[in-house]
Design a protein around this ligand. Structure first.
Ligand SMILES: NC(=O)c1ccc[n+]([C@@H]2O[C@H](COP(=O)([O-])OP(=O)(O)OC[C@H]3O[C@@H](n4cnc5c(N)ncnc54)[C@H](OP(=O)(O)O)[C@@H]3O)[C@@H](O)[C@H]2O)c1
Length: 261
């Protein structure tokens, strides 16, 4: 096993489940002290227990990222108590599936409060800490293929993810001479509680989605985590400002009806 995060301090948001939890496990397996956060205390405790049972260094804080002051405080306290902050993964997102005619301004804004606003506040706070460290730091923001491709019923989520893409590229430019790398992982369909809820647990819809993916399946949280930990690690020391799709070929695909090939 690699040991890329030995003695490093890593914060992963939305880390009680899914992609965030799989990432936290991989960071901890490779030597990091990982800080978990999410809203549900029981799920968070269970996640932390699994990591510590496997020998990982872990702490956690119950937090709603809609309160960006609390989030800023969590990042600052972590850097203060641990003496450093090496990696921040802005993973948590809020998704509201609605067509435009059914969406209020308040619901539209809800899509941005965690996905875009917490990503902004987290990146700003972490960058200022990392820029003062000799070793710099790395920020990985989690977007979605919805951030660059369109479908029905997810305009608010998609617009917020597009904001994450654009903001992350700009942050990469501002961090480049300060030793802070900022990259974006762009998952396609991934088998998590959130994606199951999005299709109402309907296997027929899930199969139809898989049919549209070149690799004919969803990714696993661990496959997304592998991209996140790579970009966060020193193996990616000359990589900043990229959007890395991890989607079984979906974004690269030129759709051609199968009757023609
Ligand atoms: N799954 C997919 O197919 C897919 C595809 C493309 C992109 N993504 C992106 O990947 C990321 C993770 O998705 P996922 O599928 O792994 O999600 P998930 O399984 O639903 O997990 C979401 C995590 O975020 C936490 N969370 C949600 N709202 C929060 C809030 N307001 N404050 C603090 N924590 C919060 C949840 O815990 P609590 O509910 O307890 O707070 C949980 O730990 C998201 O950015 C998502 O947009 C996912």
């Amino acid at each position: 096993m690699k040991n890329r995060f030995s003695d490093k301090v890593v914060i992963v948001t939305g880390s009680s489940l899914g992609i965030g939890f799989a990432s936290a496990q991989q960071f901890a397996n490779e030597g990091a002290h990982v800080v978990l956060c999410a809203r549900n205390a029981e799920k968070l405790k269970y996640a932390a227990q699994q990591i510590s049972d496997a020998g990982g260094k872990v702490s956690f804080e119950v937090i709603d990222l809609e309160d960006t002051d609390l989030f800023k405080g969590l990042i600052e306290r972590t850097a203060e108590s641990q003496g450093r902050l090496d990696v921040l993964v802005n993973n948590a997102a809020v998704t509201r599936h609605r067509t435009i005619d059914n969406m209020s301004l308040e619901q539209w804004r809800k899509n941005f409060c965690v996905t875009a606003d917490a990503t902004f506040v987290g990146t700003k706070t972490a960058m200022s800490i990392m820029a003062k460290q000799e070793q710099g730091g790395s920020i990985v923001n989690i977007s979605s293929s919805c951030g660059s491709k369109a479908t029905i019923g997810v305009s608010g989520y998609s617009a917020a993810k597009a904001a994450v893409n654009s903001f992350s590229s700009c942050a990469a430019m501002e961090g480049a001479t300060q030793g802070v790398r900022v990259n974006t992982v762009v998952p396609g369909s991934v088998a998590t509680a959130a994606s199951q809820a999005a299709v109402g647990g309907n296997q027929k819809i899930q199969d139809a989605i898989h049919e549209t993916i070149p690799m004919k399946r969803s990714g696993t949280p661990e496959e997304i985590a592998a991209a996140i930990t790579f970009l966060a690690s020193d193996e990616a020391s000359f990589i900043t400002g990229v959007e890395l799709p991890v989607d079984g070929g979906k974004l690269a695909q030129l759709y051609v009806p199968t009757t023609l090939v």
